[in-house]
Design a protein around this ligand. Structure first.
Ligand code: SF4
Ligand code: SF4
Length: 310
């Protein structure tokens, strides 16, 4: 076995015999639903491997979502935001009822979308929802890079202009819009923010990116060898368990082979059963051992947070 293959095996102990880092749930602030893994795009580096044919996570329905929304209310969890990720959420035929069920319980909702074609069929309905619930509906649109070249290298041809057009349309219609980018090139966050600002200005789009409306995610290289995180690493890296998403978040998925949805610690680990936390939020409070390369690459070393922009 090479060194890479020996890593991320024992949930409690790392390959070099040290105590593996873990994260306890502090309080549940953001609850994500995965809408299903089908996507109209097939991006080169989709961390959840979505595509037009991937149906490993089924379309979750509003009747499967509602019990979790009810649980939030009855158990008085301090949830501030419901997030929906995919795949492309607007491919899920239950998306509009899911949004309405959330908003009518006085919870804010953030829906992540690639804004290429599929969302267009729901524009009228989304305007009605915005007129009723205002800023409580957030849309985060993925614009992987501020240049067409790098964006389309990742997302495929004819995606950049359509995304820009829809960012413009939704902004002009008064929707609460944020942008999700990726660090595809060597620029730092400040340089990237300036370049996104220039692009928006040139495209006559008014979003104040200084106001938490741009989140740039670290790029994931699935084949890169990454170190395991031990409890000693927190001090060395000057990071804390409380900074990790799984300290304040959970995600609900509906695997196609399962009868019921499953609760997971975060949006990143949809397929790995060692991270299954049960069927209710109450069951899902157990400690999360950081026994996955994404824990190191994306979170602890990459410093990402999925809900850092609304
Ligand atoms: S649009 Fe998003 S979900 Fe779809 S393939 Fe690309 S990264 Fe994955
Ligand atoms: S990937 Fe990140 S958020 Fe998910 S369990 Fe690992 S450390 Fe926690």
């Amino acid at each position: 076995m090479d060194a890479k293959a020996k890593k991320f095996i024992d949930p409690l102990i790392t390959n070099d015999g040290k105590e593996r880092a873990y994260v306890d749930l502090k309080e549940l602030k953001t609850l994500w639903f995965n809408s299903g893994t089908r996507c109209n795009l097939h991006c080169q580096n989709c961390y959840i491997e979505s595509s037009p044919t991937n149906d490993r996570l089924a379309y979750i329905t509003d009747s499967e979502v509602v019990p979790f929304l009810e649980e939030i209310k009855t158990e008085k969890y301090p949830v501030e935001l419901i997030g929906v990720t995919g795949g492309e959420p607007f491919l899920n035929p239950h998306m509009i009822p899911i949004i309405i069920e959330t908003l009518k319980r006085d919870l804010e909702i953030l829906v992540l979308t690639n804004a290429v074609n599929v969302i267009n069929r729901y524009k009228e309905k989304l305007i009605e929802i915005k007129n009723t619930y205002g800023d409580k509906l957030h849309l985060r649109i993925s614009l992987d890079h501020h240049t067409k070249e790098f964006h389309e290298k990742e997302r495929g041809e004819n995606t950049f202009d359509k995304t820009i057009e829809n960012i413009k349309w939704f902004t002009q219609e008064g929707f609460n819009i944020s942008i999700a980018g990726r660090s595809l090139t060597d620029e730092n966050l400040e340089q990237a923010t300036r370049s996104y600002e220039e692009l928006l200005k040139k495209s006559d789009i008014k979003i104040d990116l200084e106001n938490g409306k741009l989140v740039v995610f670290p790029e994931m290289d699935m084949n890169r060898d990454v170190p395991e995180i031990t409890t000693e690493c927190w001090g060395i890296l000057n990071k804390t368990p409380e900074q990790q998403m799984c300290s304040t978040e959970r995600m609900i998925v509906k695997r196609k082979e399962d009868e019921k949805p499953t609760v997971l610690p975060c949006t990143l680990l949809a397929y790995d059963h060692q991270f299954d936390l049960g069927e209710t939020l109450k069951d899902s409070k157990e400690r999360v051992q950081l026994n996955h390369k994404f824990c190191a690459q994306f979170c602890v070393l990459g410093g990402a947070s999925c809900s850092s922009a609304k």
